[in-house]
Design a protein around this ligand. Structure first.
Ligand code: CA
Length: 379
């Protein structure tokens, strides 16, 4: 069995309603997909997280290294790509390109062996993953706290038992927003907040202190991803669990996060941090540091399927009979690519999503939809 083809597809879609977070505004969603095809015609899909055209260039740079090779040896191919990129890209978009190819190789391997990725990863601890709704981004206009509260209440009506909202607009506005959301969803729904590294340590500490009475599940990316000491200091000084890691890459990056005791919950993005091959190693590393992990996930159904398979295998540390299930991110912000590109669709029932059992990732790309989104690139 040989790898016959590595193709990229940059798909893009304008949003009906632009939204923003603490760093910038989104008026479109774009992603680079990868399809790796074996010489018998079997193919696997992958996806990179990051600027789509840059990820695409990275995939084209790496593809010659794996063409003609046996796709079943995905960790050996990973090593080849890693060594070819290490001199210039110990973290960043080339690692995202490796990730995209690696995910496609896992999908392909699963199809070739007739097993779902969860089985290749070691087997499922659960057949359904508990998901949380990521939403409550900022939009222009009056009554933001009321609109965020209404959105959160909608997710609860849809069956979500946990939701995550954005903070990072400014401490006073954040407090008003979080209070409104907590009031709307009541005390029983889990609520997390995400600043996307908007704050200094002292600002983050002030916000954390103000939010402590509101029962916050975790405070995500409170400070700069480069400020490891800030993370650790904040974590020592607040009772709210600290989460982060979506800007971190590879085992070596997560080792820095773990050694300095920065986070309670590590959040590698499978489409950026090194693919399933490397994130499985990061899971083992997290375990050695007694740190829980749940993947960051903000892409199409391919990214979500990869995260679902991984989440189905995760332990909650330290473990006990009635330990809560790990929570998997399910982005609910406007994204036609995520909603329409892959089949079958994922359904949320009682806050749970079924882990696919078909071989590979268990999702396929609808080629007609792919063509439609690709055609709209330059509109
Ligand atoms: Ca985040």
């Amino acid at each position: 069995m040989r790898i016959a083809n590595v193709e990229t597809f940059v798909v893009e879609q304008r949003l009906q309603r632009p939204f923003f977070f603490s760093q910038w505004k989104y008026d479109r969603r774009a992603v680079c997909l990868v399809r790796v095809t074996a010489d018998d015609g079997t193919y696997g899909w992958g996806e990179g997280y990051g600027p789509a055209q840059v990820v695409e260039a990275g995939v084209h740079f790496l593809a010659p290294l794996i063409l003609g090779k046996d796709p079943l040896h995905q960790a050996a191919l990973w090593q080849k790509m890693y060594r070819r990129s290490l001199d210039y890209a110990r973290r960043g978009i080339l690692v995202a390109a490796i990730s995209a190819i690696d995910i496609a190789l896992w999908d392909l391997k699963g199809k070739l062996l007739g097993q779902p990725v969860s089985i290749l990863l070691g087997g499922r601890r659960r057949d359904h993953a508990r998901v949380y709704a990521t939403g409550m981004y900022f939009t222009e206009g009056p009554d933001l706290p009321q609109r965020l509260a209404a959105e959160a209440a909608m997710y609860v009506r849809q069956g979500f038992t946990a939701v995550k909202m954005k903070v990072g607009l400014g401490i006073e506005q954040d407090i008003e927003n979080v209070r409104a959301v907590r009031e709307a969803i009541g005390p029983d729904v889990k609520l997390m907040v995400d600043a996307n590294h908007a704050y200094t340590l002292w600002e983050a500490l002030a916000l954390a202190r103000a939010l402590e009475p509101l029962d916050i599940g975790w405070f995500e990316e409170p400070v700069s991803p480069e400020d490891y000491e800030g993370y650790a200091e904040l974590r020592r000084r607040t009772g709210i669990p600290i989460a982060g890691g979506e800007c971190e890459y590879l085992c070596a990056g997560f080792r820095r996060l773990f050694e300095r005791r920065c986070v309670d919950i590590a959040q590698p993005d499978i489409c950026a941090a090194g693919g399933l091959t490397e994130v499985a190693r990061i899971v083992a590393l997290a375990r050695a540091f007694e740190t829980n992990l749940t993947p960051h996930c903000w892409g199409t159904g391919i990214a979500f399927a990869a995260a679902l398979h991984l989440a189905s295998t995760l332990d909650v540390l330290p473990g006990r009979m009635l330990a809560p299930e790990p929570l998997l991110e399910m982005d609910r912000s406007e994204n036609p690519l995520r909603d329409e590109l892959t089949v079958p669709r994922f359904e949320v029932r009682d806050g749970l999503v079924a882990v696919p059992t078909a071989p590979g990732l268990g999702v396929d790309v609808d080629i007609d939809v792919l063509r439609r989104f690709t055609a709209q690139r330059d509109d």
